[in-house]
Design a binder for this molecule. Sequence first.
Ligand SMILES: [Zn+2]
Length: 267
Amino acid sequence: MARQWTDQIVQRHQLRVYADASMNGPNWRGLFSQAISEFNQLSSQKSLGVTLLATSQAPAPSGRGGADVSVSAANGEITLPYEGSRPVQFDGERLHGLTRQVHDPDINRIIKCHVFVPTNPQVQMPRGKRLVGPGVRMTILVHELVHCCGLSNSEHTNSGDLFIANPSVLLGSNGAAGDRVDLGTYGDDNLPQGMPPLVMLERTAQHIRRLWPTSSRRPNTGARKATLAGPPRGTQFASVDHTARSTRERRAFDRARSPQQPGRRVS
Ligand SMILES: [Zn+2]
């Protein structure tokens, strides 16, 4: 189920996003800024009510202060710095990301989000695997940033936009640079359509807008107060993930089948 951030953050209409050092690796370098900028472009086109701001300030380990969202490239065990957080196994070669929403159970609102993207996402080719192209990697990250707006797996779409539940990859005919995420739709030319360019369906936009109401419905700013009076007494976690299913054979594209299996929900 979708969940809102604290009033303080909802009224700010902005999430501050921190990329840690793992995002400077060769497979993700440059894609973080690109994903932020792509998201903000969609936000402006679709009046989502929330924009993203890259910050160099890491989230405070206490759960309060610093960035609202962290982004890391991961492979293996993921542990969050909160009491009660159990480690989660994450495969850094699969085409999926994972977002862990941390919420304060007293107010049932999100207080932090931690995004993980695979360090070395692979796609199966007829003769072995290779790193999936940058367009697909960037799309995986933007998908997770949409989860950071408060959306859960229940709001996934089946086809037609970046919030697709089980996307597959259209392999670039000239290598990784041409790899795209299969939208599951066909253009006027009868060819399968892919991302980038990123597409967001109205349905996904509506889910986000509901969580980020605009000024007409905003409470008087004079009445604002911090929602959290002290450190969270406990935190609860919701995990949402994004997994690519097997590459489907599609006309006009290289044919390949990927061994990727639908991901397990790891809540
Ligand atoms: Zn997802």
